[in-house]
Design a protein around this ligand. Structure first.
Ligand SMILES: [Fe+2]
Ligand SMILES: [Fe+2]
Length: 219
């Protein structure tokens, strides 16, 4: 990846949340993570639009990865005796709302912007939650997500090298996406101390993201 984990780290202290002390907070976080992964599974719809076999395999692989991630969080919730909190999502159709029209835009939107931003939050959850089963689950997710972001970075660089006019097109959707994603965080009243911490991060995460775009040669 063009940004290291160290560069994307938001919490440098010891983990401070645990199921024993902060049960509701952690269960809410796991539910959010579960629904985030359910939304990510919808990347599977692009399998019919892949320009080549390699792209097709990658979409199949990522769809399988996201399904596995959703199951990791569902099983963790089960372990603590609850189901995902359906009240957290208004409409299942709104999960993974995609603005892209082309394959290249989708790779950029989903893998570089969406998952690049999400990865900073997933690292954060890993670094603030103390419970070993949750940390183990998050590490498995992190391993896959890093490979998705890496794929997006590499392919977009290749596409832009071949079609330089793509650069401007991607930067146009980039603005809308960053506003959309930071609005998701700032548009909600934090429900607990962990969400309060996250609400303070959008600018920091966007700064990280811009460094990624610079290293990709887009800015
Ligand atoms: Fe995922
Ligand atoms: Fe992913």
């Amino acid at each position: 990846m063009l940004l290291t984990r160290e560069e994307m780290t938001l919490h440098h202290d010891v983990p401070r949340f645990s199921i024993e002390q902060d049960r509701e907070t952690i269960l809410r976080a796991l539910s959010h993570l579960f629904y985030g992964e359910v939304g990510a599974i919808k990347i599977g719809q692009w399998v019919t639009k892949a320009p080549d076999l390699e792209g097709m395999w990658e979409i199949v692989k990522q769809t399988r990865d996201e399904t596995r991630h959703a199951n990791i969080f569902r099983r963790l919730l089960q372990r603590y005796g609850v189901a995902p909190d359906a009240a957290l999502v208004g409409d299942m159709a709104d999960l993974h709302g995609v603005i892209s029209h082309t394959w290249e835009e989708m790779l950029f939107e989903s893998m570089v912007v969406g998952e690049g931003l999400a990865l900073a939050l997933i690292y954060f959850y890993h670094d603030v939650i103390a419970d070993p089963p949750i940390r183990r689950g998050l590490r498995r997710v992190i391993h896959d997500e890093e490979s998705h972001v890496e794929y997006g970075e590499r392919k977009i660089k290749e596409y832009v090298a071949r079609q330089p006019e793509l650069r401007g097109q991607l930067l146009t959707i980039q603005e809308a996406l960053v506003q959309h994603y930071s609005g998701l965080i700032t548009g909600q009243t934090p429900a607990d101390p962990l969400e309060e911490l996250i609400a303070g991060f959008p600018m920091t995460i966007i700064q990280m993201h811009l460094i990624r775009l610079q290293r990709m040669g887009l800015l």
